[in-house]
Design a protein around this ligand. Structure first.
Ligand code: ZN
Length: 288
């Protein structure tokens, strides 16, 4: 069944867990994610990223309606979310399709411009009864790979989200949750992640809204637990699911048909998603 972020955050807050947000670029992603959510009886977020328009076969036009239909049929609450929307018109296209949640990413803009554009996006999302996420602070990785930001800046918070600015941003824009920069990286980590856990807590206390962690792949389960304890309620996860699918399909011995790759990839992604989702929701062995 369809849900918004605001439908599922109160329970996540009460249980002190995080909801996984998985990017969808093919049908096998949808199957892997929904199979896992129903198996664990947990709500889940399926996201389509505007940045994936160019690098993947699927587009919002082709994948969006499929995501909507599959979410409606699911036995658990499913948020259909637009990830990293950078144009208001693109966000509106997703909302018109029925997406229950959108992200406006103005993190590359000057602060005041980010506030102004985010306010516009909030107004639009509200008109469609959708939830809205925004972002401040700079993150390394795919979407900002020309910004020259390096990883592991725990000792130097200059590129991280500032708690006072985050509080001001949330008060001015009225967003439902905030993506913050505290040491994670989009895509693959090329050195050990070094997250600023204290900053997550400061951001959570300063803003009083759920904190969103982007770049969730490659972070240890121990570190997931720490950020969740400090206020992260949504974790964006894609790269390692995608890698697991490649490994699963690649391990096939002399397949004759494409559907054998699709099945093996889906099965491997399901296992990876389950491991992540169990950790986020305290259903892993360490928590039982
Ligand atoms: Zn992201």
């Amino acid at each position: 069944m369809l849900a918004t972020l605001n439908d599922i955050y109160p329970d996540a807050q009460k249980r002190r867990i995080a909801v996984g947000a998985f990017n969808i670029v093919n049908f096998e992603n949808i199957l892997a994610v929904l199979e896992t959510a129903e198996k664990l009886n947990e709500p889940v977020i399926m996201a389509f990223a505007q940045t994936h328009e160019e690098n993947h076969i699927a587009t919002l036009d082709t994948m969006g309606p499929v995501m909507m239909l599959m979410a409606e049929q699911a036995k658990v609450p499913v948020v259909v979310h637009l990830d990293h929307g950078v144009n208001i018109s693109y966000i509106e296209k997703a909302l018109k399709m029925g997406f229950t949640s959108v992200m406006f990413d103005g993190s590359a803009l000057p602060y005041e411009e980010n506030v102004a554009k985010t306010k516009e996006a909030v107004k639009l999302a509200r008109a469609y009864h959708a939830s809205i996420e925004a972002e401040i602070g700079k993150m390394a990785g795919i979407t900002l790979n020309n910004s020259g930001i390096t990883e592991n800046r725990k000792s130097n918070r200059s590129n991280y989200t500032d708690p006072a600015e985050a509080a001001d941003f949330v008060a001015k824009t009225g967003v439902d949750c905030l993506a913050c920069s505290f040491g994670t990286v989009h895509g693959e980590y090329f050195s050990e992640p070094n997250l600023d856990f204290d900053l997550v807590k400061e951001l959570s206390e300063a803003t009083n809204v759920p904190i969103v962690m982007h770049g969730g792949s490659g972070v240890s389960h121990e570190d997931y637990k720490k950020v969740i304890a400090n206020g992260v309620r949504k974790i964006n996860y894609f790269t390692y699911m995608d890698k697991a699918g490649a490994a699963g399909a690649g391990a096939l011995k002399e397949p004759n048909y494409f559907h054998e790759y699709a099945q093996a990839g889906k099965d491997a992604m399901q296992k990876d998603v389950e491991s992540a989702m169990r950790c986020f929701t305290n259903k892993d062995e360490g928590s039982l």
